[in-house]
Design a protein around this ligand. Structure first.
Ligand code: FE2
Ligand code: FE2
Length: 431
């Protein structure tokens, strides 16, 4: 028998029908308590490798034999209590692999053929709690909210920002690199970050908030120019999207594309990745929302953007984002992307709309700078002419997409608004 069997539910009590008729409308059969032997993995999370309007990946890490049945049973939430024909069950058997550098196992089940803009409920086997998620809407005509940020880790600021993020009821969250600070070596750190995400990134209606990520230096042993094997936890969980490369694109129907870059951690910035970026952006000129996510900023707010040369040679760690400004910024401008989300410097930052590094009303805003759970002192805006606003704030950003308009609001962990800006749909040449 599948979970939440309607007959089982109705048959639970002789006086049940009358009681149920009197029950509040929110009492649904899926809300019934589950049997005692509950399997509830504390690392459970959602992500995607393909269209979020019709698919969802359910993933968790557990002891190899933690549950007898690891099949994910899923179906859409009933639209009313009196629904006569319950929705069809969708079952997904997980792909089971070893989780790196541990004795644990990774379970990945992908649900496909889902209906856009729909709430679903699922269980792992027949005795787990009932979890909820929703698919992305089919069209951009629906308003929706998502969260972005970067540079999290494992500390109380991350938890507070997770809670703040979840309160916004976002459809998903983008974590733009430096997720856990496991440095490709500490499974304990990676799993601790994931547990915090799993526990707190649940919206006010009880829906799990899927995550979309790009790679940062702290995913990788050695940080830069390393082989894929040096980012074991990142690829163990996200090689659906990053199957052959460490960069990729996620298309939401025909209206939103997130272009997820690797700022030199596993893939070089120039060469193949730059060629791919040009083609990828050219093929998406008609998107309502074309957004790039990269970890190291093109326009930093803490580190120096240019190498300073003094009488005794180079001074400081300068040159952050230099290669990206050389190879990628011209392509962002050629294809007129809507927004670049970037991180790594551990501050809040919003640049002016920029073209070639200079203020231009038709330019591109670069927003970040990665302080979900890490913090440094931001440079003053007047010290860097490309910066419109920078501050030393643990924060996440809430993006609300409404038709042609986008609202971007940076929130501190306590809920205080750090910054608000808007961007509008851009005219792009056909690719
Ligand atoms: Fe970082
Ligand atoms: Fe970083």
């Amino acid at each position: 028998m599948l979970p939440f069997d309607r007959r089982q539910f109705i048959g639970t009590s002789a006086g049940g029908i009358a009681a149920l008729l009197a029950a509040p409308a929110v009492l649904l059969r899926q809300d019934l308590p589950t049997p005692a032997e509950t399997f509830a993995p504390d690392t459970l999370f959602l992500t995607w490798r393909r269209d979020p309007t019709t698919t969802m990946i359910v993933q968790w890490v557990a002891e190899p034999y933690a549950t007898q049945d690891s099949t994910v049973y899923c179906r859409s939430a009933p639209t009313s209590f009196f629904e006569m024909t319950p929705p069809e069950w969708i079952e997904a058997k997980p792909v089971i692999t070893a989780f790196p550098l541990t004795d644990l196992t990774n379970f990945r089940a992908e649900l496909t053929g889902l209906t856009p803009g729909t709430e679903y409920r699922f269980q792992i086997g027949k005795t787990s709690p009932t979890y909820k998620f929703r698919t992305m809407p089919a069209k951009a005509t629906n308003d929706f909210t998502f969260i972005s940020g970067g540079d999290a880790g494992v500390n109380p600021h991350v938890i507070e920002n997770n809670k703040q993020a979840a309160k916004q009821n976002p459809y998903f969250a983008v974590v733009g690199g430096d997720l856990a600070y496991d440095n490709g070596t500490s499974s304990k750190t990676y799993l601790a970050w994931l547990r915090d995400y799993s526990k707190h990134m649940v919206d006010t209606k009880g829906r799990l908030i899927p995550m979309v990520v790009c790679i940062g230096n702290h995913e990788v042993k050695g940080g830069y120019n390393r082989p894929r094997a040096d980012a074991p936890f990142f690829f163990a969980h996200f090689d659906g999207l990053f199957q052959d490369t460490s960069f990729g694109v996620l298309d939401f129907g025909d209206y939103l594309s997130l272009v997820l870059m690797d700022t030199g951690h596993v893939s070089k910035i120039g060469g193949d990745q730059t060629d791919w970026l040009d083609k990828t952006l050219a093929a998406r000129t008609e998107r309502d929302h074309l957004i790039v996510v990269n970890h190291v900023p093109c326009y930093p707010s803490f580190r120096a953007a240019a190498v300073t040369v003094g009488p005794f040679g180079k001074v400081g760690a300068g040159g952050t984002g230099e290669e990206q400004r050389k190879y990628w910024v011209p392509l962002f401008e050629k294809h007129n992307v809507d927004l670049v989300l970037e991180h790594h410097d551990h501050t809040f930052k919003r640049t002016h709309a920029l073209k070639g590094g200079l203020k231009d009303k038709n330019g591109i805003v670069y927003l970040g700078d990665g302080s979900w759970g890490q913090l440094r002192n931001a440079s003053k805006a007047e010290e860097r002419p490309y910066i419109a606003h920078a501050s030393t704030s643990y924060h996440i950003t809430v993006h609300r997409l409404e038709g042609d308009k986008r609202f971007h609001m940076a929130l501190e962990e306590g809920g205080k608004i750090v910054d608000v800006c808007t961007t509008e749909k851009k005219v792009r040449r056909k690719g």
